[in-house]
Design a protein around this ligand. Structure first.
Ligand SMILES: Nc1nc2c(c(=O)[nH]1)N[C@H]1C(S)=C(S)[C@@H](COP(=O)(O)OP(=O)(O)OC[C@H]3O[C@@H](n4cnc5c(=O)[nH]c(N)nc54)[C@H](O)[C@@H]3O)O[C@H]1N2
Ligand SMILES: Nc1nc2c(c(=O)[nH]1)N[C@H]1C(S)=C(S)[C@@H](COP(=O)(O)OP(=O)(O)OC[C@H]3O[C@@H](n4cnc5c(=O)[nH]c(N)nc54)[C@H](O)[C@@H]3O)O[C@H]1N2
Ligand code: SF4
Ligand SMILES: [Mo]
Length: 727
């Protein structure tokens, strides 16, 4: 970033947004009734309100400054453990998502061809009647399983799940297989939990990060923890084919060859076990399968791994010794969007196992404070109907260790196209942009072409909405309630800071109304949003007013049931499973094994993707503030490679894979391996309803080839090979 945000610029963009509103795009914002009623705002509608950010799924606590019914500034809530008083650039810019002149503010029904962008406004009653009748028609004709539902992690998701499971469909797609399936499924197989928590205290000495770009792919608290650890002198070894901002702050950057992280970690295991550098007491007491692991990794020497990874054998051996010396004050970080290659499950297992051998449980790794509802109440509801239909994505018949709810989203898309094992006819999408987020955009559009009916719930005209039949506008995160979020022994609230603009409504309202029209009202037993929250708070004995004022409530500590004598994990054996019988029983290797990933042919490059600090995925590029302070996206190519190909910075190039081609501008840089190129995700939008973002950059999803890790179901996002030539 070469530009910095000055206060004057910030206000200017804010004013431009307001100007567009005055032109009639949006209604004037009425003062938040709920906030005024509870005394959070004064008579003029001004004051501060605590809530939660939703510019990404981290949901930092925020404090919104409201002046006469308009939100003018967002800051971090110092009392919230995620934000600790900070908001990242996206969080700071969040008010421009709410005041985006391209917001969809009334239900829309398509009138032109799909993708033409012709819609007419409709009342909620008409739009929801249409959705309910189309869903019912599909169910009557083809069975409930012919309706596919998908949504990305959000606080109203339990109500979305009520809608789909009560309707009777098993077909639920989430972002998880596009994101972290490899890590989640590996941890489930090793520790019996999705993701252990990480402790960055002052004892932490050594951190090994595998492609976890914490300084750009931000989780405020952990990003902060990492920087603090670096300040305190912790050693950070960072593996990434790209020199990211995290690489720039690490002690050591290892530009590993893509997909070869498995070889690197297997070689670390080889040294650590071969030289008896592991924590024997911990391993004997708390793990099973050490002998099977030892036998397998004995083949994977640093000399074997060096030519595969491009990292010298001495470096691998040294890192193994350094880790062991610093143990247990070490973290071998699993990473987050870890599904990069078809071998990523084994990479993740190797990482999880390395931690176990370091004996860092209870020191740097602990059971995470989950987001389970714990002591919160839930409105009463009947049991879901029994569903006998198979899932369209092959869980569990083809992916036996992928949990039912996690699913394999890209395969759901593929099987809508193939019609195998049956043909889907409708797709209900909420808070998600699958046209951009699933690899091979043309194929996702082909899937849309197979469907009779598509409905999208979003706040803007994203690409998926653009190709939908009905768009239901949700109120933005600054305009609505969502169910309470429990984190550890606190529960946090999202509450309206301003009134919803136009006809936008909360997801809680939308799903209840639709559920009622579908005859599923029993699954939505709450009068309104506040009633739902009051039912949640009932067991805590805390009033909604108290939570609204403070932004959170403390739940009573779970009483201790006495000293825990033995550590146990939720695996079948109750131990950390270095060897997993669950895996072996379904035909996979019980211990991590070498599985060589495909490599690009002569003249091809690995296509890498990766987040930037000023965008979230595929949904914030139309935010005028973030747009203003983001660089024009370009294809990174190693400077020497570019020179060899006669290419220079700003040249237009054609990037082509077996599924698509795009045109974009080049950035010749030393910050990437010669065999890789890199594109920023989230550009090249198809929706002309995004007036700020349309026409900027190109979409990596248009060239990404769909490959799926056969064990975890994670998409292999770095396994796309492209050619690059002057356009
Ligand atoms: N600003 C911002 N922050 C975010 C998000 C966002 O969109 N924007 N999204 C959030 C979400 S949903 C997620 S999942 C996390 C993602 O967090 P991360 O997983 O840290 O982020 P990514 O940028 O997806 O990928 C990280 C790095 O992996 C590298 N990489 C690619 N292939 C390989 C490989 O084979 N080996 C190795 N070692 N590295 C490889 C890429 O070059 C990239 O720099 O970020 C979260 N935080
Ligand atoms: N090429 C490429 N593909 C990727 C990745 C990558 O780095 N590169 N990353 C992968 C990862 S890690 C993930 S997690 C997935 C994410 O994939 P998706 O979840 O499909 O992508 P998002 O852009 O997060 O979609 C969020 C949508 O929610 C909308 N939205 C925002 N706020 C609200 C709201 O309050 N209510 C409603 N109803 N909608 C709202 C936004 O406008 C946007 O359309 O993508 C994966 N795919
Ligand atoms: S990390 Fe940034 S975008 Fe995500 S919730 Fe926190 S402030 Fe918002
Ligand atoms: Mo993600």
């Amino acid at each position: 970033m070469t530009k910095t945000i000055s206060r004057r610029d910030f206000l200017k963009v804010g004013a431009a947004g307001a100007g567009a509103l005055a032109l009639g795009q949006m209604l004037p914002a009425p003062v938040a009734k709920a906030a005024k009623a509870s005394g959070l705002l004064n008579e003029a509608g001004s004051g501060y309100i605590s809530s939660m950010c939703e510019m990404c799924v981290w949901r930092c606590g925020l404090r919104a400054k409201v002046v006469e019914g308009r939100v003018v500034k967002l800051d971090g809530n110092p009392e919230h453990e995620h934000s600790r008083g900070n908001l990242c650039p996206r969080g700071q810019s969040g008010l421009m998502n709410t005041y985006d002149p391209d917001r969809v503010l009334t239900p829309l029904i398509r009138v032109g061809q799909r993708g033409e962008g012709k819609f007419r406004p409709a009342s909620w009653d008409e739009a929801l009647d249409l959705v309910a009748s189309k869903m019912t028609e599909i169910k009557d004709k083809y069975g409930a399983e012919a309706m596919v539902f998908s949504s990305t992690h959000n606080l109203s998701q339990p109500l979305f799940e009520n809608l789909l499971y009560a309707f009777g469909s098993p077909n639920y797609g989430t972002q998880r297989s596009l994101c972290f399936n490899a890590m989640i499924v590996a941890n489930l197989m090793t520790y019996g939990m999705e993701e252990p928590g990480r402790i960055y205290d002052d004892k932490l000495k050594y951190i090994l990060l595998t492609g976890r770009n914490l300084l750009e792919a931000i989780s405020t608290s952990e990003t902060h923890d990492l920087i603090t650890a670096i300040d305190r002198g912790a050693k950070v070894v960072y593996l990434d084919p790209r020199y990211t901002k995290t690489a720039s702050k690490a002690t050591e950057w290892l530009p590993i060859k893509p997909g070869m992280d498995l070889a690197f970690h297997l070689a670390l295991l080889n040294v650590i076990i071969g030289k008896r550098l592991y924590n024997r007491t911990f391993v004997d007491k708390n793990t099973i399968g050490f002998d099977e692991l030892k036998k397998e990794v004995s083949k994977y020497t640093p000399d074997w791994a060096a030519p595969l990874t491009g990292i010298p054998a001495e470096t691998i051996t040294r890192i193994a010794h350094e880790l062991a010396e610093a143990a247990p004050n070490v973290l071998v970080h699993n990473g987050w969007r870890t599904s990069n290659f078809i071998n990523s499950f084994h990479t993740q297992r190797a990482i999880s196992i390395l931690n176990a051998l370091m004996g860092n449980w209870g020191v740097t790794m602990v059971e995470a404070a989950g987001e389970e509802s714990g002591t919160l109440g839930v409105p009463p509801q009947p049991a879901y109907p029994r569903v006998s239909a198979l899932r369209l994505d092959g869980v569990p018949w083809k992916y036996p260790v992928v949990p039912f709810k996690i699913g394999v989203f890209q395969e759901l898309r593929d099987n809508i196209v193939s019609g195998d094992p049956y043909q889907a006819h409708g797709w209900f999408i909420s808070r998600q942009n699958p046209i951009m987020s699933i690899p091979d955009r043309a194929k996702t559009l082909e899937a849309f072409g197979k469907l009779d009916f598509i409905v999208t719930v979003d706040i803007i005209m994203n690409d998926t909405a653009w190709f939908s039949d009905v768009i239901l506008p949700e109120a933005s995160y600054l305009e609505r309630y969502d169910p309470l979020l429990p984190v550890g022994n606190k529960v946090f609230i999202r509450q309206p800071v301003i009134e919803p603009q136009g006809e936008a409504k909360s997801a809680m309202w939308i799903y209840k109304q639709l559920g009622t029209k579908l005859g599923l009202g029993d699954f939505f037993q709450y009068e309104d949003e506040e009633d739902y929250l009051r039912q949640q708070l009932a067991p805590l004995g805390v009033s909604l007013e108290e939570v609204k004022a403070k932004g959170y409530a403390e739940a009573p500590e779970t009483p201790h049931t006495g000293e825990v004598a033995e550590l146990t994990w939720a695996t079948p054996s109750g131990k950390i499973e270095l060897y997993s019988d669950t895996l072996a029983k379904v035909g996979f290797s019980g211990v991590p094994i070498w599985d060589e990933p495909p490599q690009p042919a002569e003249g091809q490059f690995y296509l890498l993707t990766g987040k930037i600090a000023t965008a979230t995925q595929f949904g914030t590029q139309n935010n005028q503030l973030l747009h203003k302070y983001s660089e024009e996206p370009r294809l990174w190519m190693n400077a020497k490679t570019a020179a060899d190909l006669g290419l220079a910075t700003d040249d237009w190039v054609e990037v082509a894979s077996e599924v698509g081609q795009i045109h974009t501008q080049l950035l010749a840089t030393q910050a990437i391996r010669p065999d890789c190129v890199y594109m920023t995700p989230g550009y090249g939008h198809l929706s002309k309803g995004l007036k700020t973002a349309y026409g900027v950059g190109a979409a990596d999803s248009a060239v990404h080839v769909t490959h799926t890790d056969p064990i975890s179901g994670g998409q292999a996002l770095s396994q796309t090979f492209v050619t690059v030539k002057k356009a």
